[in-house]
Design a binder for this molecule. Sequence first.
Ligand SMILES: [Zn+2]
Length: 409
Amino acid sequence: MLLLAVPAPAQEKLGKASLPKSDSSVECSLGAADLDALNGSTAELVLQNGKRVADITLVKFVRGPNKDTVRTVIYRKLKTKKSRSFRADSLSKIIVAQKTYDLVPSGTRKSRLLVDVAEKNKVVTARLKAGRHRLWPILSAKQQAEAVQEHKDFLETVRTAFPGLSLRLYETKFFLFFTDMPAAHIAGYVAQLDNMNVELGKQFGVPQGENIWRGKAVFIVFVNQASFVHFESKFMKLDRAATNRKHGICHQSGNGNVIVACFRGDDPRLFAQVLVHETTHGYLHRFKSSARIPSWLNEGIAEWVSAVVVRSSRVPQKRQQEAVLRLKQTGVIGQSFFEKKIEAWHYGVASKIIDSLIKANPRAFGSWIVSIKEGIDWSEGLRRTFGITPGQLIQAYGRSIGLPMIRLQ
Ligand SMILES: [Zn+2]
């Protein structure tokens, strides 16, 4: 029962020129002279796929359309004469004398800018602090192991509250999966969890194999709804009436912990979709900083990822169609769409908008999410990356569903 299909790598489909060009300015990026100054330095390269190439000499940076953008990195292995190269868009980091430079997309295709990570972190930390957020600290191997042990201790307490259930713990590279589902039923899910993590990372430019979680992400999956509701009320102090209407909940703590609790129910496809949806919320919580991705965007991304990963579930597509039917009659999305918590029927609107933006320009989309996590207001980030306002975004959505006249309110 393999429900979590691994999608093909995201394709660079630059949509028709319906969206204006993005703003190519990037904070703390190196200028042309700074790039030249790195020639001849000993360095280590970190590839997008997580591999590392150490002990190399940087020969030169082949430039893109601007002199401060890099298209290709030419290097030599130490004590060898032969030049080799990497495309800048296949690299994630360059480390020179313990200084790390990230390769971030510039406004133009295929070329990258080098960003001084330490400088950038200073700027971002200050901005996040003003909004009472912070970059997630990088944990040592020991701290990670301690966090995993903390999660396991918590799961043992959960076990004592369910003496009638035979709860088992399955551990993978990135996840702790605690469940009373029969072993034969969960093999497919557990086998695909780490792949799902890699796919999520790809969407946000996280190098393959990098663990963004505090310890690991924790899943508590019950067969029955009653156990799920009991767990939520006993351990998360959530109101039973509120939990009764939910299939799964992603608990995101200020210390960085992520616990996804849910129940299987009778529809395995819906269950897989809920699992991926909730995990995406957890991933967005742990990605870079504690800054919040707004509700509509958070739900839209969670729906989009679950549609890509769980291809057998048509739930996100159905919600998109239902939203269109409703808008045909009312023509109004409602002010609450851009507010603290979107309404249930808004999920179909949000996921369709996200779908269009990613199709139009996946790199700009990634940069937009990064900018929000770096403390930039989402609408300002939208302007910088896609060059449009929230109002224009709604208009573009209306046109895409054949209802150009729809309004926010
Ligand atoms: Zn959600």
